[in-house]
Ligand binder design. Structure first.
Ligand code: ADP
Length: 449
């Protein structure tokens, strides 16, 4: 269990995961901090700008607050039924209730005003439940918004944003400072609720993104890894194929060295066999080079090919078939020119024809037909009466180095590259190549271009 974990930690997959993990953690952390900061500033900005706007009306607020206090005191006096009607402030109050606020600066219910005298004593009445009467005058940074926490009557901490300004009221000369305080407790509570929601959402999305990115990265790496494996297998196969002829060559040449006095004639078998191996190596390297070069993309040069192009090819194939004692029939049903890449098309047909010759026996019959399909495509069919190809092998024969009968085809000089070259050409010409049985016996290769 532990060693399994250790192996996983050391593996490339884990470092891969750590990379994604750190990148996404970084992105989400920065994003969360920015959102929270923007929220924090946004939530209090209207409160703070209200406070700053209210400063212009400071004198009016002093009048309003003081007159309310006097009114309250009067009401109290009446309620007590005491002879306080002669209170000089009642007159003062009635004449001073005509203060005017600039439009748009009326304050909400959660706003409190505290009027101080020059010694810092509070002059107005305050809601005793709020605990604001305990707020000391802070004449330090006048005109600046501050945040304070005040314990209310029931022992809870209430948050306030407040601003203090110096005032000089003609009506209330004893008033020296005004503090305007806005209760931000509810705003703060809502804000912390939103912060919690945002953090939870961010964490969920962060986990989803890490998992999704690891999955996507693996998914997108898959074709690259597959390609890499294919390339590796290709190089391994190629080296393996080259090893046998090289070993044969070395053997033959060494045996020539052991008999320095003998003549070429006496060694003709050794020399002929060496030459054979050199020839087959040349063919192999040419094919390998073609495959490797064309893997980067093969750009066909399309030109018009007259039907006679196929007749010429068929003539050559007839000669080769005759040499190999096979029966070849070429059927050219084309009536007008076709558009294709001449060398590529010739190579494609030759690979298929070569295979038909190679894999048919003594009474080999090969029929090559070129015609136009009903949907105006160029259709090439090569039918033979060879051993046929099993359904399982039909799916593999286009793979590089795949040979159905390894021992037999090695003798006939096949490396299992012919059909993969053919497939590469057909792909470049944007066509299809299929293989099917040719009843009662044999194979048909069909190319549609
Ligand atoms: P090779 O160079 O060995 O012929 P190919 O890629 O051309 O390689 O063919 C792959 C395999 O497909 C061959 O080993 C052979 O077994 C099989 N094959 C190809 N053409 C025919 C055919 N016409 N009839 C039977 N088998 C064939």
């Amino acid at each position: 269990m532990l060693s399994k974990l250790r192996r996983k930690v050391r593996s490339g997959d884990f470092s891969f995961f750590i990379h994604f993990f750190s990148v996404f953690t970084g992105i989400f952390l920065v994003m969360t901090v920015i959102i929270l900061q923007v929220m924090r500033v946004g939530v209090y900005s209207s409160v703070d700008s209200n406070l700053q706007g209210a400063v212009a009306n400071a004198d009016a607020y002093v009048s309003m607050t003081m007159s309310r206090t006097l009114l309250d005191e009067l009401e109290e006096a009446f309620a007590d039924d005491s002879p306080s009607s002669e209170n000089p402030s009642s007159e003062k109050n009635s004449s001073k209730s005509d203060f005017k606020l600039k439009p748009g600066t009326e304050m909400a219910a959660n706003t409190s005003y505290i009027v101080y005298d020059s010694d810092g004593s509070i002059l107005n009445n305050l809601n005793t439940f709020s605990g604001l009467q305990t707020l000391k005058l802070d004449s330090d940074k006048l005109g600046q918004v501050k945040e304070v926490a005040i314990e209310n009557y029931s022992g809870h901490n209430e948050k306030y944003h407040l601003i203090t300004v110096a005032v000089s009221s003609i009506d209330y000369p004893e008033a020296a400072y005004l503090t305007i305080a806005i209760n931000t407790t509810q705003l703060g509570d809502a804000n912390s609720r939103y912060i919690k929601i945002i953090v939870v959402v961010m964490v969920i999305f962060w986990i989803i993104s890490v998992l999704a990115s690891v999955y996507l990265a693996k998914w997108s790496r898959k074709p690259i890894l597959e390609n890499y494996e294919k390339q590796k297998a290709f190089v391994e196969n190629a080296s393996h194929e080259l090893r046998t002829p090289l070993a044969v060559l070395q053997n033959r040449l060494e045996s020539l060295f052991r008999k320095p006095e003998s003549t070429i004639l006496e060694n003709s078998e050794n020399i002929a066999s060496s030459l054979d191996e050199v020839r087959s190596m040349r063919l192999l390297t040419t094919n390998l080079l073609n495959l490797a070069r064309r893997d980067d993309g093969l750009t066909p040069e399309i030109q018009e090919l007259a039907p006679a192009f196929f007749d010429d090819l068929f003539d050559n194939y007839s000669l080769i078939a005759e040499e190999n004692q096979k029966d070849f029939t070429g059927i050219n049903e084309l009536t007008k020119a076709v558009k294709s890449d001449k060398p590529l098309l010739r190579q494609l047909l030759t690979i298929l024809f070569d295979n038909a010759i190679k894999y048919t026996g003594q009474d080999g019959k090969i029929v090559l037909t070129v015609k136009q399909s009903p949907d105006k495509h160029l259709l090439i069919q090569i039918a033979d009466n060879g051993p046929g190809i099993s359904d399982d092998d039909k799916t593999k024969i286009f793979d590089r180095f795949y040979r159905v009968d390894k021992a037999r085809t090695r003798q006939s000089g096949g490396f299992g590259l012919g059909l993969s070259l053919a497939k590469q050409i057909v792909d470049a010409l944007k066509g299809t190549i299929t293989v099917k049985d040719n009843p009662p016996q044999g194979t048909v290769f069909e190319v549609k271009l």
